[in-house]
Ligand binder design. Structure first.
Ligand code: ADP
Length: 442
């Protein structure tokens, strides 16, 4: 606030007092004169206050000339504030326009839903992919406008970790991937993103079929070759110099057979999103059998300790779960030196059943951990091959766990060992005493 403005107000007051004195000199009563001066002074204030209120109410722009004194300061300050907020509004509108233009040029369908799942906004791609037209459908329920199969359940579950992949309702040859991202206040609004994944889907199908067919086609000739090699390698008639190459051939054919079996297992797992043939799986029994095989593989080289909740069963696919368990337990034997300790646990956690394999072997460097579940990814290729690894074990584990709604986590410290933990959802747990009823219900 400028000192001049205060000075002006004080001078007006002083002038008022002087005027009252002069009026008194020309015969007016002093009280009357003072009252008159105060009334004029107040009238000015009320007028300027009323003018300011009217400007603000009507959202008129306050522009010079401004009144003198403190009121002038106030008018100027309000004018500046108006200008700033006008600029801010313009910036906001510009940003909004740019955002809309960008969103409109995105090839993916974008639909903004209110807390009550009603359409608030959608881009043009939403009309093509989901049949949602904005602004015509504004305020309507998304599930009412877009009767895409599975969408209602997907929205209701609130579990948007994985996208919904479905054939588009308007054109069954188009594959859609629908994702939902909660946002806004307490994440109660939803952004629905629909993407045309037809091309990727078909490419993936071609790749999957190719791998499955190639593996299948290779299996029979390889079985024949392996049979002959095995016979020749063990035959007494085989000349001595041929024995070593034959035994190497036998080893390699067995490796190829393992790879083909694992590839076929992966192809089978990829065919479905969830586990088929779901039943009550006696996990402690499965683990016992796998550990017995692992002890044979280790040939007494490892100390394998078990910590199993014997009453804890799991609802799932028995052969898939067996395969996941054996890959993890065998890895702990294959990838650790003789003398290592392996701890296998099956326990009930408050968040659901947990299967854990821990070892005190060489561990895995942190940069490899995110990649070890990729097909054919091996930290040490030569060592993995030597130990009979195919590089597909953890990829199989990951697929099996996906089928069961479970998650794999890997913790490892190079030099101290690794821990592989599989967390199953609580609804897949079954206690032994519950078994007869629940098993029948399945
Ligand atoms: P593999 O057939 O080679 O075992 P996997 O997919 O099962 O293939 O494992 C991928 C890689 O992860 C392995 O080659 C190995 O380098 C690493 N790995 C898996 N388990 C362990 C473990 N318990 N300790 C150290 N490394 C491991």
């Amino acid at each position: 606030m400028r000192a001049g403005a205060v000075g002006f107000e004080l001078s007006v007051l002083l002038a008022g007092v002087l005027l009252a004195g002069m009026l008194h000199l020309v015969g007016m009563a002093l009280a009357q004169a003072l009252l008159l001066v105060i009334a004029v002074y107040l009238a000015r204030h009320i007028y300027l206050l009323w003018r300011l209120a009217r400007f603000i109410q009507r959202q008129h722009r306050l522009a010079p000339p401004f009144p003198l004194g403190l009121w002038g300061e106030l008018y100027r300050a309000v004018g500046r504030y108006q200008q700033r907020s006008r600029k801010g509004r313009k910036r906001q509108l510009r940003f909004q326009r740019r955002f809309r233009e960008a969103a409109n040029s995105v090839p993916d369908a974008l639909v903004v839903l209110s807390k009550s799942q009603r359409i608030e906004w959608a881009n043009p791609a939403a009309a093509i992919l989901l049949g949602v037209n904005w602004p015509e459908h504004e305020g309507r329920l998304l599930t009412e406008v877009c009767n895409q199969s599975g969408l209602r359940d997907y929205l209701d579950t609130g579990d948007y970790g994985r996208p919904l992949e479905v054939a588009a309702e308007h054109d069954q040859s188009t594959m859609l991937s629908i994702r939902v991202a909660p946002f806004g206040e307490r994440k109660r609004q939803r952004l629905v993103v629909g993407r045309d994944i037809t091309k990727i889907f078909h490419l993936n199908m071609i790749r999957r079929d190719f791998v499955a067919n190639a593996s299948h086609e290779l299996r029979t000739p390889l079985t024949v070759i392996a049979g002959f090699v095995e016979n020749l390698a063990s035959s007494a008639l085989t000349p001595e110099p041929h024995r070593r190459p034959l035994s190497l051939m036998e080893k390699q054919t067995n490796r190829m057979r393992s790879i083909i079996e694992d590839l076929l297992t992966l192809s089978r797992l990829e065919l479905e999103d969830t586990a088929g043939n779901v039943a009550t799986v006696n996990m402690p029994q499965e683990i016992d059998q796998v550990v017995a095989d692992a002890r044979t593989l280790s040939n007494g080289g490892h100390e394998i300790a078990l910590d199993l909740d014997r009453d804890l069963m799991l609802i799932g696919n028995q052969s898939e779960l067996r395969s996941a368990v054996s890959n993890l337990v065998f890895n702990a034997v294959k990838h650790t030196p003789a003398g290592s300790h392996v701890h296998v646990a099956w326990e009930d956690d408050s968040a659901g059943p947990v299967f854990r394999v821990a070892d005190d072997g060489p561990g895995i460097d942190p940069e490899h951990i995110p990649r070890v579940t990729e097909r054919f990814y091996r930290v040490d290729k030569a060592r993995s091959r030597e130990s009979g690894g195919t590089g597909l074990g953890l990829a199989i584990v990951k697929h099996v766990l996906n089928h069961h709604g479970a998650v794999l986590s890997i913790a490892s410290e190079p030099g101290s060992g690794s821990t592989f933990t599989c967390r199953f959802p609580p609804e897949s747990r079954l206690r032994r005493q519950q078994q007869p009823h629940s098993a029948q219900a399945l």
